[in-house]
Design a binder for this molecule. Structure first.
Ligand code: SAH
Length: 368
């Protein structure tokens, strides 16, 4: 494990983050500085296809303009606080400070072919899931669209830069290939900013990642699932189920009081009817709580006929938690029951656990 720690100060001057602006808004911003439209195109390219970290890098802009931009604007709303690399060097977790001093985490996972980035949508979370570390601190605030996009640009830059650590086991990766909205926060509770960010990330004229390479994970806010079905972007949907009956699910996922299992599954069916996309159900296995064969049968019965896939997550340890992970043997038994019932099931690979970079381990504090 290796750690870099810097101590950034919150921003004291209010500079316009250019990552909050659409292409047209950027043009207007530059026009107000007396600049022609082609400057917007140049700056847009520096940000979204060359992953520039500063105006100083934008060498095709006049030096005087770069200095003026530096005073009036920023393209780096996130300041790195710590960066931790796992022992196998294939997982990197970054803690960032936002301009107002709030902090968030994001995680990069290197696989043979994929470079998957797990990003946050909120500083903290209001959903209160009883097994999740992010829930313990509550919600500080929504992230802006620019703060969501900035996490991706940070790691895109990191991967493209041969001078950056780590030396990994896999071949030197150069691009972010997949993004999962599975970091801190509930993306559907910050719907507008999340979708502004998703459009920027998938826009071929901006970051340009294929929508099919992005997955949004939700605790199950039913009206927002219906809204997502209307977006017309092929972003994958994952639903954090964790239990197939209301009594148990309400204990684990308190929002289940508002949107029960039946209502949630009905929304997922509507989503599939509309999009014809396979939905993933996430299910974190907790010993003696939601991992019995009877509960596996119940889950299989409720998911019959739904175009889905179950992703079993070995529970990751978090401080002061009453829950223990299910053994590997019982995990396999649970998976087999689902498969025997015809439900495609996988067990999620554990990544970055010793650096607290696993599912549900992300916090607003410096944690590892
Ligand atoms: N709020 C969104 C996304 C963030 S969490 C959601 O609820 O889906 C990403 C996934 O990690 C969710 O399925 C969440 O339930 C799961 N998770 C939370 N805490 C966990 C823990 N301690 N161990 C394993 N998975 C956990």
């Amino acid at each position: 494990m290796s750690t870099i720690r810097l101590v950034p100060e919150p921003e004291t001057t209010a500079r316009q983050s250019l990552l909050e602006l659409s292409r047209d808004e950027l043009e207007a911003f530059l026009a107000a500085m007396g600049q022609p439209a082609f400057r917007a195109r140049q700056i847009w390219e520096w940000i979204y296809t060359r992953y520039a970290a500063s105006f100083a890098e934008m060498t095709n802009l006049p030096k005087e303009l770069r200095q003026r931009l530096d005073a009036a604007a920023t393209i780096a709303p996130l300041k790195l606080v710590t960066e931790i690399v796992s022992l196998d060097r294939n997982t990197v977790k970054a803690l960032f400070m936002l301009p107002d001093g709030q902090t968030i985490e994001a995680v990069l996972m290197l696989y043979d072919q994929r470079r998957t980035l797990c990003i946050s949508s909120q500083a903290g979370c209001a959903m209160g899931c009883t097994f999740c570390a992010t829930a313990q601190g509550g919600l500080a605030r929504n992230l802006t669209a620019g703060e969501i996009v900035a996490q991706v640009l940070y790691f895109a830059r990191y991967l493209a830069d041969p001078a950056m650590p780590p030396e990994t086991d896999v071949e030197r990766p150069t691009q972010v290939t997949n993004i999962v909205l599975m970091g801190m926060g509930e993306p559907m509770h910050n719907y507008k900013n999340v979708w502004t960010a998703l459009r920027r990330l998938t826009d071929p004229a901006a970051f340009g990642l294929g929508a099919r390479h992005i997955t949004l994970s939700t605790v199950g806010l039913v009206p927002m699932i219906d809204r997502m079905a209307e977006e017309g972007l092929q972003i994958g949907l994952a639903v954090s189920l964790h239990a197939a009956n209301d009594d148990l699910r309400t204990q684990l996922v308190p929002v289940n009081k508002g949107y029960g299992v039946e209502e949630l599954l009905a929304a997922v069916r509507r989503y599939i009817d509309k999009t014809h996309r396979r939905v993933t159900f996430e299910y974190a296995l907790m010993r003696g709580i939601n991992d019995t064969p009877a509960l596996a049968q119940e889950l299989a019965a409720r998911l019959q006929g739904i175009l889905c896939h179950v992703n079993l997550i070995p529970l990751n340890p978090i401080p002061d938690s009453p829950y223990q992970p299910t053994s590997d043997e019982d995990t396999e038994r649970f998976a087999q029951i689902l498969r025997d019932a015809g439900i495609p099931t996988t067990v999620r690979l554990r990544r970055g656990i010793e650096i607290n970079a696993g599912c549900g381990q992300l916090r607003r504090a410096v944690s590892a």
